[in-house]
Design a protein around this ligand. Sequence first.
Ligand SMILES: [Fe+2]
Length: 183
Amino acid sequence: MQTSTVARSGAPEPSPLTPFATGMEATLAQQARMVAEQVVASLPDADTLLASLPPGALEGSPDTYTRHLVHADPFERFSVMLLVWRPGQFSPVHGHRTWCAYRVLRGTMYERHYRWDPQSRTASQCGAVTREAGDTFSVPAGLQHIHCLGNASDSVAVSLHIYGVEQSRISTGVNLLVDTVTS
Ligand SMILES: [Fe+2]
């Protein structure tokens, strides 16, 4: 069986499976977009979702952003989490081991984007964007989409995240941590 190789440019060498690989990339991106469309179509309003948080959870933690499981698919296909971010709290820079989608429920989130270099196996920042309450986004699995999400404002922010893993795998099966370089 022929295996794929990577050219010095970082782009895969063409192979008989190139059209299939290109099609798979489009399919996986579409899958993530469809999850986001479902979020937009049928997610409850923010107040209803925030009522799912345990008492006091909206205050967050001084140590790090906090995560609360609010729905576990009984067939273990996905999990829904509420994340509470105090001012200045950020995720690590990461790609994803699974698709994910998120919506900002309260406050303002700040998202940095990174570009992956397969040769050095490092990521460098290539942009940033502010996400406001009500905004919904999705990300397919893989290193083509690397980001860092957090709260750069001076008030608590809350976001809802849907991941394509069952609850026991959220800690290890979602974030794909990467090294970064300053560009
Ligand atoms: Fe993420």
